[in-house]
Design a binder for this molecule. Structure first.
Ligand SMILES: Cc1cc2nc3c(=O)[nH]c(=O)nc-3n(C[C@H](O)[C@H](O)[C@H](O)COP(=O)(O)OP(=O)(O)OC[C@H]3O[C@@H](n4cnc5c(N)ncnc54)[C@H](O)[C@@H]3O)c2cc1C
Length: 302
């Protein structure tokens, strides 16, 4: 059994397959622990009433899979062949073969690429209002983006924050009318159009952003306690190109965890356009593992 990805989905899948007595190898990829390892505070994972840091939660997921014998390879899968039997996975020059594969390579939030953004990620720069809105109670937040998710996130944040400023580089919102109308009517939400964030500033945490109006060229500094990035996602599907059907945005056109290829299952944010939470990723990692175990049991090795 090979699992690609060591985020919540891959680590949960590995826990189940290893505990199900399958010889399990996890190929970690570039980010051991996955996206959640980037945040300092996780307040919505059940069983941790006082919250837990992202790195600690990831370490616990990994230790749990290791306890049942899962092994880890600290490299990235560079190519796969899903049509061959056994399935082939390349890690650089090294060729690995497996009877079943779970792909849980997650996704990356699109970044602005401005100074301060990476340094302050998890320290005021955040990507998910469902996860972090409560941390911004009575605080000011800037939301970057103008599509459905940016506006939905602004509405969710406005339940807690004192003010939410939506910064959008275009002239008007791209979000659907019903969402946009709700946001426009919300007294806590204001909008800056034709505007981009040029820098996120603050020493240990976000303190302000430097904004530029694209039409007038005016530059101003706005104080804020948080910056929510809502400019889209890139699924990590580059190794699946030519192997599975992908849509124009790079998402797998699969039915949930079933890839449509024998012995290949998908899990986590990679196949979730809606919820994208640790707990839902763990759930789909578990489901993919149980499907893989059943698939292998029905086809004993020759
Ligand atoms: C800053 C931040 C804060 C968040 N806060 C919360 C929160 O408080 N609560 C919550 O529920 N959710 C939160 N989320 C969302 C949550 O982290 C994700 O929903 C979850 O991590 C998705 O898990 P995953 O395993 O599907 O994918 P990911 O976590 O994206 O993991 C993908 C894994 O695949 C690996 N990989 C990628 N390419 C390859 C390759 N070619 N070969 C091998 N491996 C590869 C990566 O190294 C990584 O280990 C947060 C996200 C971020 C970014």
């Amino acid at each position: 059994m090979i699992v690609l990805g060591a985020g919540p989905a891959g680590l949960t899948a590995a826990l189940y397959t290893a505990r199900g007595k399958l010889k399990t190898l996890v190929v970690n990829g570039p980010m051991v622990g996955g996206q959640i390892a980037l945040t300092l505070q996780v307040d919505n994972y059940p069983g941790f009433p006082d919250g837990v840091t992202g790195p600690e939660l990831s370490d616990r997921f990994k230790a749990h899979a290791e306890r049942f014998g899962a092994e880890f390879l600290d490299s990235e899968a560079t190519k796969i062949d899903l049509a061959s039997k056994p399935i082939r996975v390349w890690v650089g020059e090294k060729l690995l073969e497996t009877r079943a594969l779970i792909v849980a390579t997650g996704m990356n939030h699109k970044r602005l690429g401005v100074p301060g953004e990476n340094r302050l990620l998890g320290r005021g720069v955040f990507v998910c209002a469902t996860c972090d809105a409560i941390l911004y109670e009575d605080k000011r937040v800037v939301v970057v983006g103008g599509g459905d998710s940016a506006v939905q996130e602004a509405l969710d944040l406005a339940k807690y924050a004192t003010s939410v400023t939506v910064v959008h580089r275009r002239e008007g919102l791209r979000a659907c009318r019903c969402l946009a109308d709700r946001a426009l009517e919300d007294p806590k939400i204001s909008f800056l159009y034709d505007t981009v964030v040029e820098e996120i500033m603050g020493e240990k945490r976000v303190a302000s952003v430097r904004l530029r109006n694209l039409k007038t060229g005016e530059v101003r500094v706005e104080e804020t306690d948080g910056v929510l990035l809502a400019i889209g996602w890139d699924p990590n599907t580059s190794i699946l190109k030519g192997q599975l059907d992908l849509d124009e945005l790079g998402y797998v056109k699969s039915e949930g965890i079933n890839s449509g290829k024998p012995g290949v299952f998908l899990a986590g944010d990679l196949v979730d356009r809606k919820y994208r939470q640790v707990v839902t990723s763990c759930g789909s990692g578990c489901a993919a593992a149980l499907e893989a175990i059943r698939w292998l049991e029905e086809r004993p090795a020759q």
